[in-house]
Write a protein that binds this ligand. Structure first.
Ligand code: NDP
Length: 258
């Protein structure tokens, strides 16, 4: 039976390369793109005229859009083997608004898509959250580190995120142990969600993967890795066997400290 994968934020960069490789390995690929025309162009670049790579409109920040996708999944009886939460932003400046926008995409976007598609993930399906070495807990003060490690539900993750935003707004974030990086905190939180989901869903393999520093619009042109090299570790986690690890943080198929 053909396996099906959905990749978010796949119009370019690492997500596009993940789609290309999964297609090469024989997966039916649903290529998620905020702008459908860009997604269709990307799908055609991977496999012109091949219906096994299909663009789907998906803005992970849109409640309505994600609900519509889940409704389509229900109508069309989707059975997914892989979900890659790859969509992400790394915004230039720093401030409470940047914190909100960054967390909305990198954390709550991934949670929204995952929760909406959970009923359509087959037993044994793999969920890969594309994280970053910047999401290591070592970037936080001891008390915050302990609280992120203790996250057992979505409400505490939301509360920590709100607290970060409040502390940035009031200029107290450094004193409270937060780094001056919305992106770093978003990936810490995504790692916490990875562990939370792995605990909730023992039937799935749920892991976070750092792709390394990769030459994309986000990584810039000085990065040492190509997008295909960055995609490799994600594809590894997306194709794990049923007895593979779950709840871990990996780079190049090796466990790294969270
Ligand atoms: P790019 O900036 O090249 O691509 C980001 C992708 O995410 C684009 O396709 C973009 O779509 C999409 N996206 C952004 N916001 C949304 C949204 N709201 N809904 C749906 N899609 C969205 O980045 P990379 O390919 O480098 O990054 C991919 C992932 O890898 C990210 O999660 C990033 O944090 C992570 N990562 C990257 C590293 C690097 O060195 N490049 C290092 C470590 C981690 P659109 O075209 O519509 O903007």
């Amino acid at each position: 039976m053909l396996q099906t994968a959905l990749v978010t934020g796949a119009s370019r960069g690492i997500g596009l390369e993940v789609c290309r490789e999964l297609h090469r390995q024989g997966y039916v690929v649903l290529l998620g793109a905020r702008q459908l025309d860009l997604g269709e162009r990307a799908a055609a670049e991977i496999a012109a005229g091949d219906s096994d790579v299909q663009a789907v409109a998906l803005d992970v920040c849109s409640e309505q859009g994600v609900a519509a996708l889940a409704e389509r999944a229900r109508r069309e009886d989707w059975e997914l083997d892989v979900l890659v939460n790859n969509a992400g932003v790394s915004l230039q400046s720093f401030g409470a608004d940047v914190v909100m926008r960054t967390l909305a995409t990198n954390v709550f976007g991934a949670i929204r898509v995952t929760d909406a598609l959970l009923p359509f993930l087959r037993t044994g399906a793999r969920v890969v959250n594309v994280s970053s070495g910047m999401g290591e807990l070592s970037g936080l003060g001891a008390e915050l580190r302990r609280r992120f490690e203790a996250v057992r539900d979505r409400a505490s993750l939301l509360e920590l995120s709100r607290e970060f935003e409040r502390d940035v707004r009031s200029g107290r974030h450094s004193a409270r142990g937060w780094p001056t990086s919305a992106y770093a905190v978003s990936k810490v939180a995504l790692n916490a969600f990875t562990r939370l989901l792995a605990g909730e869903q023992p039937r799935l393999r749920v892991n976070a993967v750092c792709p390394g520093w990769v030459r994309t619009e986000m990584g810039g042109s000085s990065a040492p890795r190509s997008a295909a090299e960055g995609a490799a570790g994600i594809v590894w986690a997306a194709t794990l066997p049923a007895d593979g690890p779950s709840g871990g943080f990996f780079r190049d198929a090796h466990r790294i400290p969270w």
